[in-house]
Design a protein around this ligand. Structure first.
Ligand code: HEC
Ligand code: HEC
Length: 378
């Protein structure tokens, strides 16, 4: 049995950001610790990093305010839209990596035919295991195919999970592109770090010419293999870390924040930023019918901010409602990091959220202050 690092044992007691779920068993805490270690491990080209990559460890982009959070970086997606509005992923992929393992000869180039460019900030992972445990049916139940009186629709992302090959409802990522933490781990290991696995066996190389590929050799076959000691792949370790990672605690909420939450619901923000969902029945008490206070419906919406990129089931104009829990630790805001403050993010809400924005703008200044105090307490 491995020794559990002392700080993890303390973190579990104190519910600090980055702590595991309260009630975690010692066997689970061991998996969480192993996962945390791998999540922070810096990879090298010898270990499979590249040929192109955005970061060298998961922790690099998921570390604020604690490991599992965010970072100030953005990554780049690009594609082509023709005159009929049909989107094409150039060479089948939309992600264009920032760095390469070689010299400048194998640096990724965004092809000239790309006429859509998008940037995306990282999303935090606190409470991800609880989000994973929300049943597909609970997300589907929130869909509004014809739209409510405000014109709020919301569509579940119907995807195939690469880990199980089952049809599932996506919930992770700005486009709700993945349903499970194992699939997202494999997706991120390949997309962010260039490390292939059983689930994504081919390197991600859009923006590299065949000549460049010779200069910056890409390996075939999975680079992430099972550890002889634990029998686990790195992607299993990442999954375990994120699954057992606790949500951030709510900040202090005074009377103004309480009043602000009432206004948030009254003006229609909660139509998409649904305050709580519930996990399904589970043999594991950590995930058995637990409330998940995420402030999201996990559905795709057109709120006028879409990044133009078609990905998984999401259209160019659709984005997943971002969970607002932990918002006080998150800046910048919106998928591309273009909003500095919650107020600016609200002002950018159009499309399906036009009515809610209009009502917000019509509030008394003191009511707006209460609503912002509520957001500041998340
Ligand atoms: C270079 C920065 C970077 C690195 C390295 C990175 N990520 Fe991310 N991560 C992001 C960004 C950006 C997003 C949002 C992506 C999107 O939706 O397009 C994200 C989103 C996620 C999400 C979705 C969470 C949610 O609820 O939406 C998961 C899970 C995740 N990353 C796991 C990982 C794991 C595991 C690793 C290591 C294998 C990793 N990430 C490495 C930048 C990074
Ligand atoms: C129709 C659904 C919908 C409604 C109604 C709605 N939102 Fe949003 N909200 C979204 C989506 C989708 C995004 C992400 C947009 C993007 O990043 O491009 C978002 C983003 C945000 C963000 C930024 C979060 C982040 O992580 O970057 C905040 C803050 C926010 N909304 C608050 C509100 C408030 C306050 C209201 C009510 C005035 C509201 N929203 C109404 C769907 C909605």
């Amino acid at each position: 049995m491995r020794l559990i690092p002392l700080f993890l044992a303390f973190a579990a007691l104190a519910a600090e950001p980055g702590a595991p779920l309260p009630g975690i068993t010692s066997a689970e805490l061991e998996l969480f610790g192993l996962g945390l270690e791998d999540f922070n491990e810096v990879e090298t080209a010898e270990e499979g990093l590249g040929p192109v990559f955005n970061g060298t460890s998961c922790g690099q982009c998921h570390s604020v305010p604690a490991i599992g959070g965010i970072a100030t970086m953005t990554e780049v997606r690009a594609g082509h839209v023709d005159e009929q509005g049909k989107f094409t992923a150039i060479n089948g992929e939309t992600l264009f990596s920032v760095f390469s393992i070689g010299k400048h000869e194998c640096q990724v180039q965004i092809p000239a035919e790309a006429n859509v460019i998008a940037r995306r900030v990282p999303t935090p992972l606190f409470g991800a295991g609880l989000i994973e445990a929300i049943p597909d049916t609970a997300i589907l139940a929130l869909e509004k195919p014809v739209g409510d009186a405000d014109g709020v629709k919301g569509r579940a992302a119907r995807i195939t999970d690469v880990a199980t090959r089952q049809p599932r409802i996506g919930r992770f990522g700005w486009k709700a592109q993945q349903a499970t933490l194992l699939a997202f781990s494999a997706d991120a290991y390949r997309n962010e770090m260039g490390i292939t696995s059983d689930l994504f066996r081919d390197e991600l190389v859009p923006g590299l010419s065949p000549r460049q590929l010779k200069l910056c050799p890409s390996r075939t076959g999975p680079e992430d293999v099972r550890s002889r000691e634990t029998g686990l792949r790195a992607i299993d370790n990442f999954e375990n870390f994120m699954k057992f990672l606790a949500p951030l605690d709510r900040g202090a909420a005074g009377d103004d924040a309480v009043e602000g939450e009432r206004i948030f619901a009254a003006i229609g923000c909660a139509a998409c930023h649904v305050p709580a969902m519930t996990t399904g029945p589970s043999a594991n008490p950590l995930f058995d019918r637990k409330p998940v206070n995420l402030y999201s419906d996990l559905l795709l919406h057109d709120v006028g901010t879409g990044d133009g990129i078609e990905q998984a089931d999401a259209k160019g104009n659709e984005m997943r409602t971002p969970p607002l829990w932990g918002l006080r630790f998150r800046r910048p805001l919106l998928h591309d990091g273009s909003a500095a403050t919650p107020l600016e993010a609200i002002r950018r809400h159009g499309g399906e959220s036009e009515a809610a924005r209009t009502r917000f703008l019509a509030l008394e200044p003191v009511e707006q202050k209460h609503l912002l105090a509520f957001l500041g307490s998340l």
